[in-house]
Design a protein around this ligand. Structure first.
Ligand SMILES: [Zn+2]
Length: 329
């Protein structure tokens, strides 16, 4: 399978005001006879290009993760720089997402491959071409959800490839059994003596959380595996702010599978998609990102200093995740 240059996905959406500014300038210089035309144009453009034409050249995530659609989707190529979509998932044709999600997957996979040369993230389902429901998922409907196979290591901790099937890991991070896609048979061979590759999985998550363009809402991970990830971050001396955010975002969902065979990543609506019907379901948090579309003090009691709030979050969540009794190791 050829490798594609996916660098266009890295681009941000154009500034929101890029169509308004020329019109405003034009009004200064045009004659009175042209003024009505220009004013009409200015009014039209002031309501937003998408409001008039329905399309601003970028994707639209509409609705929410479990009841939504996707317009003008970005397609994640089947293989790229640091990732691959394994064959059984290619056949499902669920490799479509918002521009933001596709760009995020590409950048995070590349970051892991730079840290661990030869690494390839194995990417499962995003959404169908136009989003909406599917037999495989309750969510994944609006182009803002993706399943990522866990990176796998051998018993000595050396990175290994993920192959074509997800693997269920036990509480100690050991491969327990195959997790083939719905409707498909498990591989005939025994499950390998593999481990949850905590280093690469943590690096991938760090890349997601450090991404300057996209805000992650949830990363669903089975809680014992999640504790390993946080412990890796602590051992690596990672930024307490990043750890605090990870502790908020990495969760074992209470109403779904425990996610011991893959991580499920959900991102927030792009700010301008929100204005066109994208809906964030669940907590809306405020982080120090350059977007800053969520105003302070989301996630923090008013009047509370952000850094002390983060420390508080870290302390309480650390007790829940890192400090909880460990299974036998
Ligand atoms: Zn999922």
């Amino acid at each position: 399978m050829p490798t594609f240059d996916v660098s266009p996905f890295v681009a941000m959406k154009p500034p929101a005001t890029h169509l308004v500014v020329p019109i405003t300038r034009a009004r200064v210089h045009l004659s009175n006879t042209m003024l009505p035309v220009v004013v009409i144009g200015a009014v039209l453009f002031d309501v937003g290009c998408a409001g008039v034409f329905g399309f601003d050249g970028t994707s639209d995530s509409v609705g929410w993760h479990a009841n939504g659609t996707l317009r003008h989707p970005a397609a994640l190529p089947q293989a790229g720089d640091g990732y691959v979509i394994p064959a059984p998932w290619r056949a499902r044709q669920s490799n479509f997402g918002s521009d933001e999600l596709v760009g995020l997957i590409v950048r995070a996979s590349r970051a892991v491959a730079e840290a661990y040369p030869g690494s390839q993230a194995a990417v499962g389902d995003l959404s169908r071409h136009n989003g909406g429901g599917s037999v495989e998922h309750k969510s994944h409907q609006s182009g803002r959800d993706v399943d990522i196979f866990y990176y796998v290591a051998d018993p000595a901790g050396r990175p290994e490839g993920q192959g074509n099937s997800m693997i269920h890991f036990d509480r100690n991070g050991r491969a327990a059994r195959w997790s083939p896609p719905q409707g498909a048979a498990a591989p005939a061979r025994p499950v390998p003596d593999a481990r949850f590759d905590v280093r690469r999985n943590w690096r991938f998550i760090c890349a997601l959380l450090r991404d300057s363009d996209v805000e992650v809402q949830w990363i669903f991970v089975q809680r014992d595996l999640a504790a390993r990830l946080i412990q890796q971050g602590v051992a690596d001396g990672d930024d307490p702010d990043l750890l605090a955010r990870a502790l908020q975002i990495i969760r074992q969902p209470s109403d779904a599978e425990p996610h011991d065979d893959h991580m499920h990543v959900r991102i927030y609506c792009d700010p301008r998609d929100r204005a066109r019907g994208c809906h964030d379901h669940g907590p809306v948090r405020w982080w120090k990102k350059r977007w800053k579309y969520m105003e302070a003090p989301f996630g923090h009691p008013s009047g509370v200093d952000a850094s002390s709030a983060l420390l508080q979050v870290l302390r309480t969540r650390e007790q829940m995740l890192v400090g909880r009794p460990r299974a036998t190791s």
